[in-house]
Design a binder for this molecule. Structure first.
Ligand code: SAH
Length: 354
């Protein structure tokens, strides 16, 4: 039993069952016992590995894609180069390295990182040093300036609510306890306005998910892009419409019961790209594009061949495996998707077929 488990059992015993969103919020970001508040979970020695940790190619290509957008939009002389949920900041470090030779780009860029975990902010500061950066708590705090932003595996870490269809209503999945273990129960059937649009494409017993924070965060990005210019590229696992239970816990690279060790395992859910596109409709939204296709269009194979040239033995095999892992449909190539937001009437970022 984790310390957070005991706190949650006491909270639910006194106050009644909580939503899965409340549960996830506590598990991930409780100031003392939350998963991201207490550790650096990335890499082979951690619990999971993300695309920028697999290969430098991922961040390099994203960096050049953002730089191309900046050029396409007339090189605004000061802009925010931002990332949501930077983890170890490996992605931002690769973006900065790859864009070093784009004339004027670094001079115009103010690096701003949206990060909730103080622990990870320290790791990020170290990774990026000596490059200056500032940190903000939420997307709403980003500067009022042209915004060129990436978010990789950020939206999957946001709390979701889960519902089962019952007639014309929905029964919410709630976390409860018998005083010892945590378990799930279904709430009473209720109409849920935010799910009205799902009454047409679901039937009795279907499970759907809602991410209450996703819309507000997307809106904070797209209102800046609309007013000041810029672009946001979001990459994550998920699909166009949420269907089914996608809540998952991972510890030491292995799946776990999401209710077994609160605070000690990563908890995520698939991203509903339709929800993001809907929230960002004030600006132009690109088609949702599989990661493998997106990276191929950005030239990952040419870059992989260039990096392979001096390599031999294990280093070469690892490099080939990393390229495959990022792009192949059996690995991250089709489960992960990319989508981008950009001003109407301006070119989409490279890699998105318009
Ligand atoms: N983008 C990184 C890591 C993704 S993990 C990579 O590709 O490697 C999720 C990141 O989002 C972590 O840095 C976590 O601390 C941060 N995070 C999670 N919820 C957040 C929230 N509500 N606000 C800000 N940051 C958050």
């Amino acid at each position: 039993m984790t310390p957070l488990h005991d706190l949650l059992v006491r909270r639910i015993t006194t106050g009644g069952p909580i939503t899965i969103a409340d549960y996830m919020g506590e598990c991930l970001l409780h100031p003392e016992h939350g998963y991201y508040s207490t550790r650096d979970p990335f890499g082979t020695g951690g619990d999971f590995i993300t695309a920028p940790e697999i290969s430098q190619m991922f961040g390099e290509l994203l960096g050049l894609a953002l730089a191309q957008c900046w050029l396409d939009q007339g090189q605004p002389e000061t802009f925010t180069l931002a990332e949501l949920g930077p983890g170890r900041a490996t992605l931002m470090a690769d973006i900065l390295r790859a864009t070093q030779k784009v004339p004027g780009f670094h001079d115009a860029a103010n690096v701003v990182l949206v990060e909730a975990s103080d622990h990870l902010r320290k790791v990020q500061r170290q990774t990026l040093s000596p490059h200056p950066a500032t940190w903000v708590d939420s997307a709403a705090d980003l500067p009022d300036a042209p915004l060129f932003l990436v978010a990789n595996e950020f939206f999957d870490a946001l709390p979701i609510r889960q519902f089962t269809r019952d007639g014309q209503g929905w029964r919410e999945h709630l976390v409860t306890t018998d005083g010892q273990a945590l378990s799930l129960k279904l709430g009473a059937p209720l109409p849920i306005g935010a799910l009205d649009h799902r009454l047409g494409d679901t039937t009795q017993g279907d499970i759907v998910e809602l991410c209450p924070m996703a819309g507000g965060i997307t809106g904070a990005l797209t209102s800046r892009i609309k007013a000041k210019g810029g672009a946001a590229i979001v990459i994550d696992y998920g699909n166009w419409r949420s269907l089914g239970d996608t809540l998952q816990a991972v510890k030491d690279h292995k799946p776990q019961d999401p209710f077994a060790n609160p605070g000690d395992a990563d908890l995520t859910a698939h991203v509903d790209f339709g929800e993001l596109a809907q929230a960002g409709r004030d600006v132009a939204v690109t088609p949702m594009t599989p990661q493998g296709v997106f990276l191929e269009r950005l030239g990952i194979t040419a870059r992989a061949q260039q990096l392979a040239a001096p390599l031999t033995g294990d280093a070469l095999q690892n490099h080939i495996a990393a390229h495959r892992r990022l792009t192949h449909p059996d690995e991250m190539g089709s489960l992960f998707k990319a989508i981008a937001f950009h001003p109407r009437g301006r070119p989409a970022p490279p890699g998105f077929d318009q």
